[in-house]
Design a protein around this ligand. Structure first.
Ligand SMILES: Cc1cc2nc3c(=O)[nH]c(=O)nc-3n(C[C@H](O)[C@H](O)[C@H](O)COP(=O)(O)OP(=O)(O)OC[C@H]3O[C@@H](n4cnc5c(N)ncnc54)[C@H](O)[C@@H]3O)c2cc1C
Length: 228
């Protein structure tokens, strides 16, 4: 990175960055997935009506987006659910966190995903999407149903997901990226659902294309790629 870009980032960090603290970290087995409980004082969560994302500092001049889930506006707490199965600064950051650590973030912004009333919400994505779908479920609570499938590369993570969360989202085992979610959706009747697809960008594109071809589908698709 050139010096001008570094200086611009330094200035942005000084102006915009906010601090939070890690309350607890829970590693799943194997430890390539983390639940990170955060205290974010001063962050107003009361008005969240769509799924949010926060830009977190994960290293020198390195930022990654993560989804605040299971938030409690009163205590200013939330949980990040981070896949760290690969080699990247975000992965390393998540794996290194301990209770009491400070985290820096550049603020929290809305995504375009929010519940649509009177429609069932069908979610499809890999495990980097868990926070996103649980956030959608929290926003939809008491209004409409959230269901769908989340793909995992570890059988033990599928078991953990079923045990830890109360959700109608089904874990499916990844064979190759696109295959498991494509097979799952092929088994589902489609009508006028609102379908949310997130995670691995090529898979998001493939799933959207596949669903659009279905003659029984008359709903809408909201897609957001996370990583490639
Ligand atoms: C709006 C938004 C919300 C997001 N929310 C979350 C979230 O809640 N939880 C979460 O885990 N991620 C989330 N992401 C993705 C996250 O921002 C990072 O892209 C991801 O964690 C990878 O960062 P990294 O630095 O570890 O790897 P990178 O340096 O970006 O990539 C390194 C290598 O790892 C591969 N890779 C990246 N991610 C994965 C993965 N999940 N599984 C397998 N291989 C991978 C890449 O293909 C690349 O080859 C979100 C992204 C966006 C845009």
């Amino acid at each position: 990175m050139n010096i001008i870009k570094k200086k611009a980032i330094d200035m942005m960090e000084r102006k915009l960055s906010r601090t939070g603290h890690v309350l607890e970290v829970r590693a799943w087995d194997p430890a390539t997935f983390f639940e990170i409980d955060l205290h974010l004082p001063g962050l107003n969560m009361e008005k969240w009506q769509s799924v949010q994302h926060m830009k977190v500092k994960v290293g020198d001049y390195a930022y990654r987006d993560y989804t605040p889930a299971m938030w409690d506006a009163e205590t200013h707490t939330c949980t990040l659910l981070v896949n760290s199965s690969h080699d990247g600064p975000g992965s390393k950051w998540a794996s290194s966190l301990k209770k009491g650590d400070a985290i820096l973030y550049l603020g929290v912004g809305s995504t375009l995903h929010k519940p649509v009333e009177d429609r069932s919400l069908l979610c499809l994505g890999d495990s980097s999407s868990i926070g996103h779908f649980l956030a959608l479920q929290q926003l939809a609570k008491g209004k409409t149903e959230v269901y769908g499938a989340v793909s995992f590369s570890e059988v033990k993570h599928m078991e953990a997901f079923k045990e830890y969360f109360i959700t109608a989202l089904q874990p499916v085992l990844e064979k190759r990226w696109d295959i498991s979610l494509l097979s799952w959706i092929d088994e589902q009747p489609l009508e006028d659902q609102c379908i949310y697809i997130t995670g691995h960008i090529p898979t998001v594109t493939e799933l959207r294309r596949h669903i659009r071809k279905r003659e029984d589908f008359s709903g809408t698709i909201k897609a957001q790629g996370f990583w490639a």
